[in-house]
Ligand binder design. Structure first.
Ligand SMILES: N[C@@H](CCC(=O)N[C@@H](CS)C(=O)NCC(=O)O)C(=O)O
Length: 294
C-alpha cells in the first residue's frame, strides 16, 4: 500500500493480496477452485457450516427444534474451514453457488433440496416443523420483517464496521466513522423495539431473534470486533436485557458449540452427528491429554 492518495483507474483490476486479513480467500470470480465432495451423514438434514454469527443462527434453530421435541430435526453438521478455502470445493459450491456458509441439504424428500443463505435456511426449517415462525398473518409479517431487517443490516455491521474497525490493514477514519454511525443507529432501532416488545416479532421467541442475536446480541455483549466500549453498547439497556435472556437458553449454548473451531476446547464441537456429542465429543474430550510435567 502506497502513501500517495488513491486515484481509481479507468477499469478496476484485481491486485491479489490487497484484501487485508481475508486476502487469501477473496476473489472477484465465483465458482469452484477444486474438486471435493461433501460428506453425508445418517440424518435427513445435512448442514455445512462454521460457528460464525451466520452459521450459529442455524444451529441455534436446530437445537431449539430438538429441545421442543421435533426429532425430525436431528442433523449432521460438518465444518467448512473458510480460511482454508473449503467453501470453493465443487461439492460445497453445488450446495451454495455463493460459496459462503451456512448451506443446508435437506434429504428428507424424494430428491435432495439445497438451501443457502441463513435467512432462507431459517424459514425452510421453521416452515418444515411449523415452529418459531408465527402463522397468524400479522405476526408472521412482523417476524419476516425483522428477519429480513437482520439479513439486510448485518453486512453494514460485519462487512462495513467490523471490516474497517478490526480487519483492514490501515485504520481509515472516514470508513470507521461512517459505519460506526450506521451500526449505532441499528442498535438504537433494536433497543427501541425491545423497549416495548419481549422479542423482536412480539411476545414470542422466533427465528427473527435467532437470526439477530448472533450478530447484535454478541456485539451488545462486547464479543465481536472488541468494539463494545467504542460503540457504547452498555447504553442499549433493552437490547442488553434481550441479549442476556437469549444467551441463557440451553439450546443457544449448544448451538454455539456446533462447528466451532476456536475458543475453549469444551466449547468446540467440530462435527455434530448426535445429541450425545455435546457430552462426549467436544475437543476437551477428544484432544490428547497434555504431557505430564517431569
Ligand atoms: N448472507 C449470507 C452471508 C454468509 C457469509 O457471509 N458467510 C461467511 C462466514 S460468516 C463466509 O462463508 N465467508 C466465506 C467467504 O466469504 O469466502 C448468509 O447469511 O448466509
Amino acid at each position: 500500500m502506497s502513501d500517495t492518495p488513491y486515484v481509481p483507474p479507468k477499469v478496476w483490476t484485481w491486485q491479489q493480496g490487497s484484501g487485508g486479513q481475508f486476502a487469501s480467500i477473496n476473489r472477484p470470480i465465483s465458482g469452484p477452485t477444486h474438486e471435493a465432495d461433501l460428506p453425508v451423514g445418517r440424518h435427513p438434514l445435512q448442514l455445512y457450516s462454521l460457528a460464525t454469527p451466520n452459521g450459529v443462527k442455524v444451529t441455534i434453530l436446530l437445537e431449539e427444534l430438538l429441545a421442543l421435541g421435533h426429532t425430525g430435526a436431528e442433523y449432521d453438521a460438518w465444518p467448512v474451514q473458510i480460511m482454508k478455502g473449503e467453501q470453493f470445493g465443487s461439492g460445497f459450491v453445488g450446495a451454495n453457488p455463493n460459496s459462503k456458509i451456512p448451506a443446508l441439504v435437506d434429504r428428507s424428500g424424494v430428491a435432495p433440496v439445497r438451501v443457502f443463505e441463513s435467512g432462507a435456511i431459517l424459514v425452510h426449517l421453521a416452515e418444515k416443523f411449523r415452529a418459531f415462525l408465527p402463522t397468524d398473518p400479522a405476526a408472521r409479517a412482523e417476524c419476516l420483517s425483522w428477519l429480513f431487517w437482520q439479513m439486510g443490516s448485518a453486512p453494514f455491521l460485519g462487512g462495513g464496521f467490523g471490516h474497517f474497525y478490526a480487519y483492514a490493514p490501515t485504520k481509515i477514519e472516514y470508513a470507521i466513522d461512517r459505519y460506526a454511525m450506521e451500526v449505532k443507529r441499528q442498535l438504537d432501532v433494536l433497543d427501541k423495539r425491545l423497549a416495548s416488545s419481549a422479542y423482536l416479532a412480539g411476545p414470542e421467541y422466533t427465528i427473527a431473534d435467532m437470526a439477530t442475536w448472533p450478530w447484535y446480541g454478541q456485539l451488545a455483549g462486547g464479543k465481536v470486533y472488541g468494539a463494545g466500549e467504542f460503540l457504547g453498547v452498555a447504553d442499549y439497556v433493552h437490547l442488553q436485557r434481550w441479549t442476556a435472556e437469549i444467551a441463557a437458553r440451553p439450546a443457544v449454548t449448544r448451538g454455539r458449540k456446533v462447528n466451532c473451531l476456536f475458543g475453549p476446547l469444551e466449547d468446540q464441537l467440530h462435527e455434530r452427528h448426535d445429541a450425545s456429542d455435546f457430552e462426549l465429543r467436544t475437543q476437551d474430550k477428544l484432544a490428547p491429554a497434555p504431557a505430564a510435567a517431569s
